[in-house]
Write a protein that binds this ligand. Structure first.
Ligand SMILES: [Zn+2]
Length: 425
C-alpha cells in the first residue's frame, strides 16, 4: 500500500503527454488478456470483427463497441478470466444508487490502487494519516467491519475514525454524533451526501455551526443544495468524488474545487457521444471506462450509465489530468413516461426551494403517474404546493397524473444511500 501511495503522490504531477504514454503502454497487454482468456471479450471482439492487434493505442479503443451494464448483468460469469486465479480476486457488488445490483470481481492490486487514490484525495483536503481523526457517516459499505477483511485492513491503516451509522437516524443519534465530533475536535468528515446533509441540517437548527477542515462526499450524487447546507454547517469546502467500482473509474475534487480531476492511474475515462466517439471539450456525453489493471475481470469500453461534461478548463492547481463535470442523474434516473417524454428527476429545479424543503424523492408510480414526496422544513403554504405540482406537471407533459405529497420522512434503504429517484415500474 505504501508503494502505491508513493506512486500516486508522484503521478498527480504528470503531464498530459506522460498520461498518454502510460495509457498506450497498457493497452496491448490488456487487450491480449481479454481476447485470449475472457470468454465475453473473445465473443465481443469476434462479433465486431476485431483482432487484438487492431487495438494498440487509446485512439483505437473506438473500434470496440460499448459494453453496457446490461451486458455485465446478463453475462457476468463470462467476464471472469479463465486464468483469474492468478490475480487474487475479491468479489464486489454495486446496487444502491443505480437500483440494479450487479456483481463483479476486482483483483487486489486494483483494489489497493483505488484506495491509494482515495487516500490521496484525503491528503488534498489536508488530512494526515495516523494523526487526524475522520468521522465516517454512511451505510454498510463505507463503514469498517461491515464487509470483508481487506477493507478492515485498510481501516486499520487509516485507523483513526469515528463511525456514525446513517440508517434509522434519530435526533438522539444526531446529538450524540455532534457531541462526539465537537468534544474530540474532529476536523474531517467523510460520507454520503444525504447522510451528512441530515447532520448539517441538525447542526444548523440546534447548534448553528460545527467547523471542520474538510468534508469528503462520495457514493451518491451531490446536489447543489446539499453542498450549500454542508458548507454552511461545517464552515469548510467539500471534496466530492465520482466513483465507479465496476469499471474502476474515479474522479475527485482538488483544493481549487469546482470540477473533478480524473484519476488516470487506474483507468482510461472517456466521455463519448452516441456513436462511441469522444466528445469535444465542453461537450456532454456518456462516461466509458477501460480499467488498466483488472486482468481477472476486465472492463473495456464499459459504460456504467453515468453522464458528464468533458471540461475545457485546465485546473489552476497545475495537475494535468483530464477534468470532468459529472452530471446529476444516471441514465437509470430517467423515467420514460406514457406520453413518450423522458423525465430526468434531477432536472427539476428543486434546489431553488432549499430553504423550504429538507428532503425530496421523485417516484414513478406508473407509466402515467409521477409523485413528488417532500419533507418540508417548516409549514409550507398551499400555494407553494400548487406551484410545485404545476412545475412537475410542466416537466412531465400532457397526460401524466402528478401528485405532490408531504411526508414526515423518506425511507433510506438498508445500504444507507438515499435515493432521490425511484421507479416502481
Ligand atoms: Zn486541481
Amino acid at each position: 500500500m505504501n508503494a502505491l501511495k508513493g506512486f500516486v503522490t508522484q503521478t498527480q504531477h504528470w503531464t498530459s503527454e506522460q498520461w498518454r504514454i502510460y495509457h498506450n503502454e497498457h493497452i496491448p497487454a490488456l487487450i491480449q488478456q481479454a481476447y485470449n482468456n475472457v470468454p465475453f471479450y473473445r465473443q465481443w471482439f469476434d462479433a465486431a470483427g476485431i483482432k487484438p492487434e487492431d487495438i494498440r493505442t487509446v485512439d483505437d479503443l473506438i473500434k470496440i463497441p460499448i459494453v453496457r451494464k446490461a451486458d455485465l448483468i446478463a453475462h457476468g460469469a463470462d467476464f471472469r478470466a479463465e486464468n483469474a486465479s492468478e490475480y487474487a480476486m475479491i468479489h464486489h457488488h454495486t446496487g444502491g444508487t443505480t437500483g440494479t445490483p450487479c456483481a463483479y470481481d476486482m483483483d487486489r492490486y486494483s483494489w489497493a490502487l483505488n484506495w491509494a487514490l482515495k487516500m490521496r484525495t484525503f491528503e488534498w483536503g489536508g488530512y494526515t494519516y495516523g494523526e487526524d481523526e475522520l468521522g465516517v457517516m454512511a451505510g454498510g459499505s463505507l463503514i469498517p467491519g461491515a464487509r470483508g477483511g481487506w477493507k478492515n485492513r485498510l481501516w486499520r491503516y487509516v485507523n483513526n475514525y469515528y463511525s456514525m451509522p446513517a440508517s434509522h437516524l434519530t435526533t438522539e443519534m444526531l446529538e450524540q454524533y455532534y457531541s462526539y465530533l465537537r468534544n474530540n475536535h474532529v476536523r474531517f468528515l467523510r460520507g454520503y451526501p444525504s447522510a451528512l446533509t441530515t447532520l448539517a441540517e441538525y447542526i444548523r437548527e440546534h447548534h448553528n455551526v460545527l467547523p471542520m477542515q474538510a468534508v469528503f462526499t462520495t457514493a451518491e450524487m451531490l446536489l447543489p443544495h446539499q453542498r450549500k447546507i454542508m458548507e454552511e454547517a461545517f464552515q469548510c469546502k467539500l471534496f466530492d468524488t465520482y466513483g465507479c467500482g465496476d469499471g474502476m473509474g474515479h474522479a475527485t475534487e482538488c483544493e481549487v474545487h469546482g470540477e473533478l480531476h480524473v484519476c488516470e492511474e487506474c483507468s482510461i475515462l472517456q466521455i463519448v457521444d452516441e456513436r462511441g466517439k469522444e466528445v469535444h471539450d465542453g461537450e456532454e456525453g456518456e462516461i466509458v471506462l477501460t480499467a488498466l489493471y483488472n486482468y481477472g475481470f476486465p472492463f473495456i469500453r464499459y459504460a456504467p450509465g453515468d453522464r458528464a461534461v468533458k471540461s475545457e478548463k485546465k485546473c489552476t492547481c497545475g495537475r494535468e489530468t483530464k477534468m470532468i463535470r459529472v452530471l446529476n442523474g444516471r441514465s437509470s434516473d430517467n423515467f420514460k413516461l406514457a406520453n413518450g417524454k423522458i423525465l430526468n428527476a434531477f432536472s427539476l429545479p428543486i434546489e431553488a426551494l432549499t430553504d423550504e424543503i429538507f428532503q425530496f424523492q421523485v417516484v414513478q408510480e406508473a407509466k402515467d403517474k409521477v409523485s413528488l414526496l417532500i419533507v418540508p422544513k417548516k409549514i409550507i403554504s398551499n400555494k407553494r404546493l400548487e406551484d410545485l405540482r404545476k412545475l412537475l406537471e410542466y416537466h412531465c407533459g400532457e397526460g401524466i397524473q402528478v401528485n405532490v405529497m408531504i411526508v414526515e420522512h423518506i425511507n433510506v434503504p438498508q445500504s444507507g444511500k438515499m435515493r432521490f429517484v425511484v421507479s416502481k415500474i
